[in-house]
Design a protein. Sequence first.
Length: 365
Amino acid sequence: MATSTLPVTEQLVLSRMEKYDHEEVLFCHDRTTGLKAIIAIHNTTLGPALGGTRMWPYQNEAEALHDVLRLSRGMTYKSALAGLDLGGGKAVIIGDARTQKTEAMFRRFGRFVDSLNGRYITAEDVGMSTTEMVNIRKETSNVAGLPEEMGGSGDPSPVTAYGVYVGMKAAAKTAYGSDDLKGRKVSIQGAGNVGHALVGHLVKEGAEVFLTDIHPEKLDAIKREFPAVNLVAPEAIYDLDVDIYSPCALGATVNDDTLKRLKCSVIAGAANNQLANEELHGKAVMEKGILYAPDFLINAGGIINCAWERKGYNRQAAMNQTEEIYNTALRIFKASADLGIPTFLAANQAAEHRVSSMRDAGLRF
Ligand code: NAD
């Protein structure tokens, strides 16, 4: 049958998979537990596809599919750049994480993960906690992000924050000729798990930190611990006269509106998908003379931590490997400058090169 005669709904999945070269998509349904999930495996050249499960009340299936395809591809790039022997995958569960989680649902989900025979390994993402990972573990060993008392790696946020910190230092070295952050003005959006740990590194080094969050109690707690931190209102964060802007809350905060307001010369933070439109805003930051540290390059500490959990957890080894983000970032910034291309593109090309060179050498997982 010619492709064009297929109904639109069928074209939707395969043509999208073809666009970014996804290997496999598994749709999971269980009437009894109400489970509706999609697992996407983007690429397993370097190893099993590791990536978290996100539970979110998506408006419709198309939205959920779009998210899981985009996120799983991002994981291939993140792990490839971090030098991990892992591929890229991700899962989404359609539902409200506050009201719809049950043990049975996650055990059922665990069976679906298990049916992939180790090609996909899950972990936490938005809407998930270690409780769900423990329930998934009852049905499959292909899960990371378990609590420390179960031999897991616990909260990855301090490791992620360390990677963001060294990535920021590499950006400072490239932009200012020195990676010393003493006296540098840094604005951080998001006083969550990563933001909190990042404040600690920056204050210790003598940076002048400006911090915002939509929840004042989180700001108050950090202010008590680090009195030198300057607290600002959420919208004011984009208008500050700072050297470095560090998005550690939401994606898409580098956009048409904020680019008119940002006065920084470096953007380096933890949030995923910071560029509202990768092509457009990746080019725009470069033209504005801002050095953008690609998010998937410098927030890889969490996945590095999960990778060590699979090998036998060693926090110091995870931190040491995370520190390598500094050198990788320097290489990416240099390639970007040498080739005259945006940093996100230099990072994408480096990740694609690693994947294709292993595939071409017959070293497929
Ligand atoms: P978190 O939920 O602990 O913290 C996010 C914080 O951002 C919260 O305190 C929230 O109140 C705040 N926030 C939300 N909207 C905001 C707004 N408009 N303005 C200001 N603050 C706002 O999350 P986290 O674990 O600290 O992760 C931070 C970011 O880094 C997320 O985008 C996450 O996807 C990404 N990330 C985290 C890890 C990790 O290991 N935790 C790894 C990779 C990427």
